[in-house]
Design a protein around this ligand. Structure first.
Ligand code: DON
Length: 304
């Protein structure tokens, strides 16, 4: 397995040249464009890795699945989906337009920024500090990584430049989708995007979902139904407006982030964490998607 991973990393590294690292947030552009790494964690406890698997990066939108789990645990499925939809938007992750023009009057899904900010507003706690602390603790629990923390420089960059996010959040407050303090919701959202980890961190997260919401020690955290909801939304919305093409080419529930990470879930088998910061136009890791397509083919991991 390790040989196969090594071979596929070296084969697919070349695709990075055709993309770009995210630069709309200061600090994200410091990543090495040619980096590519993978970490595989199987349900029976084996771990395999290759390439730049140990490089730290911010998990960005991959955090949206973590906050969604906690928001559902805090508020129940019915409440969460009364505020946020379950449909792919077909628009870029930071798009504003459907918020007002669509008749549904709520963000299309929890994986686009508008939906994720609404979800962040639902995390329980007496103030922003406590809410984010609860979210970080939950992230530590399910990634089985106690050292998890935020990259403070990136957090500052997110909140200093996130003007579209501010406008969407205030719009959502005006519509009654965000019920609490709008600035606190934004702050939780910016911090969750700035959580820093490695390919191993998101591989373990993938394994947790592959294991139906059960930790390595056997403790069940999510109900089977909740784990299903998260995996389904990863298939339909996890790769933004590339989700359909990714499902056809790779066929593995996955969630990407503009830091270059992709968290993939092979139900009943393994979690896969990929890191490759050179992104395609939709914001997904370019070499990372190619790498996953090859691995899916080689190991017959396509869930369809
Ligand atoms: O909201 C933002 O600007 C980002 N921090 C979103 C993170 C992300 O990964 C979105 N896309 N892949």
């Amino acid at each position: 397995m390790e040989e196969l991973l090594k071979e596929l990393v070296e084969k697919n590294r070349k695709f990075a040249i055709n993309g770009n690292v995210a630069n709309y947030i200061p600090e994200l552009d410091k990543a090495d464009k040619n980096a590519l790494g993978i970490y595989v964690t199987t349900l029976d406890g084996q771990e395999f890795f290759a390439g730049d698997y140990n490089t730290k990066f911010t998990i960005q939108s991959i955090s949206k699945i973590i906050s969604l789990m906690l928001a559902i645990l805090d508020n129940g499925e019915e409440y969460v989906f009364s505020k946020v939809g379950m449909e792919p938007s077909g628009d870029p992750f930071n798009s504003i337009r459907k918020l007002e023009t669509s008749s549904r009057k709520k963000p299309y899904n929890p994986m686009i920024n508008a939906g994720a900010i609404a979800v962040a507003s639902m995390i329980k706690g007496k103030n922003e500090k406590e809410r984010f602390a609860r979210l970080l603790d939950f992230a530590k629990l399910i990634t089985e990584d106690d050292s998890l923390d935020i990259n403070y420089k990136i957090y500052c960059g997110e909140s200093d430049t996130g003007f579209r996010n501010f406008s969407m959040a205030y719009f959502l407050k005006g519509e009654g989708i965000i019920e609490g303090n709008v600035n606190e919701a934004l702050s939780v959202y910016f911090k969750q995007c700035s959580i820093e980890g490695t390919a191993k961190t998101i591989s373990t997260l993938g394994k947790f979902l592959a294991n139906d919401g059960v930790l390595s020690n056997g403790e069940r955290i999510l109900s089977t139904r909740m784990a299903k909801i998260i995996k389904t939304l990863m298939v339909t919305c996890g790769m933004y407006d590339s989700s359909g093409e990714f499902a056809v080419k790779v066929g593995i529930p996955s969630k990407s982030g503009v830091g270059g990470g992709i968290c993939s879930v092979v139900p009943g088998k393994m979690g896969i964490g990929v890191y490759g910061p050179s992104l395609d136009k939709k914001g997904n890791s370019l070499a990372g998607v190619h790498l996953l397509a090859d691995l899916s083919e080689e190991l017959s991991l396509n869930i369809f």
